[in-house]
Design a protein around this ligand. Sequence first.
Ligand code: B12
Length: 442
Amino acid sequence: MRIAFVAMSGVRVRDAELMARGLTLPGFVERSQVIASLPSLGLLTLAGMTPEHHEMVYLEAPDQAAADAISTDFDLMAISSFSAQIDEGYALADRVRASGCTVVMGGPHVSVCTDEAAAHCDAVIIGEGEMSWPQVLADAERGAVQPRYGQLGTSFDLRQAPMPRHSLLDPERYNRLTVQTSRGCPHRCEFCAATPLMSPGYRQKPMDLVLAEIDAIQNLWSHPFLEFADDNSCVDRRYWKNLCRAMIPRRLRWFTEADLSVAEDEELLALMAESGCAQILIGLESPEAGALGGIELRGDWKRRRHDRYLAAIERVQSYGISVNGCFILGLDGHTPAIFDQVYHFVQDSDLTEVQVTLMTAFPGTPLYRRLYDSDRLLDATAWDRCTLFDINYQPSHMSVAELRSGFHELVSRLYSPEASAARKTRFRALRRSRRRSARLAS
Ligand code: B12
């Protein structure tokens, strides 16, 4: 079969004023360029499971025009999308299906909005695709795909993880590649729309499979920058210490997302730094403790860690690993004072990078359910607002207009040329002094 793997990609911001403002801010532009350059590991993984006798292409649709330009001359099209681009994904599916090509869809959105998706494609694959893909291929080859495959709440055994088919990518177009070492998270935050939305538990991929993926990438790219697409890396510290030791001779530079506890193990931090860890993204969510209450549903983990934020940031950065602190604006309890609080926390904390987003009720999350039940969603199916940069609910302690204008102002203050440059200069000075003290110590 001629198979097209299509990722609805690109960064989405519906708020035109914010987008216009963002484009004047180097910090914002830089981050979105980085963001937009990552391929869909989900599709490359399925392509890795697809027998060689099939002809395969990997395509991206960063916007409607690109989606409209995609050929229909395939036997099977596998579309991957998050909520933000799902309407464009459905339009593409409708057009391609009308041409007689079999269309199947997967990903976190269609896994929780299955009936909606079924109206636009021949098959909806629910949850982690590896469990269903071989059957989907066999059925498609016989021209008899089933309307649904898979179910929520089941987990793929990562010991069977296939090698993603990075060879489908144009090496010129990508220099930042994703590798996944684990799925799931020990915590359950009510807003989280990542793997925990689809599958329970925390699973680690065998290290030899991860190293094989890294080696395959290094065979295609001489100096790749790696992004670990884990929901929460470094939970299994012994595993990560061994992985870092194995990465040192590979001379890599990498980024990942982890929770605050990564700062508690100095041996791990030293190994991460030595193995090329450039930056860690940590979900701090809120600079003040009040709004953190109840976010983590299992044990209020985030609230209980609030008083360690500053020390943790300082410790991680003291190893020359920059911290990208993530804040969510508009959490329940946030008043218009929150914008100043975030700004001053960033100043006082020496954070090198900062990511501010708006609370977003992704379908299938406990947050979506809670806001829906309390009639606080502005439009229950406005998926194109699920961008992390658009408002789709009534905040608890401010108006939508106050949240929007406060967020705009904060973005301008945090990502202004001066503020961005000052954070970088501060981190470079910190790294220099660290190197100096290391030299003096040796
Ligand atoms: C890497 C990443 C990106 C990358 C790459 C995106 C991509 N196309 O894969 C970039 C940086 C481009 C990106 C951008 C955005 N992202 Co992002 N991203 C992630 C991240 C960190 C990892 C995703 C990943 O690679 N997972 C590993 C792969 C193996 O899993 P997977 O993609 O889910 O695929 C599996 C299944 O879903 C399924 N599957 C998926 N697609 C398909 C298709 C078919 C046909 C089948 C059969 C199966 C299938 O099978 C796969 C294998 O099991 C997640 C957070 C997380 N930890 O998950 C956020 C996350 C997915 N991103 C999110 C968001 C909101 C965005 C943006 C909309 C932000 C914005 N405003 O622009 C943009 C969207 C642009 C886009 N590309 O779609 C949300 C999505 C929530 C939702 N339910 O919609 C997440 C969950 C983070 C969050 N804060 O909640 N993102």
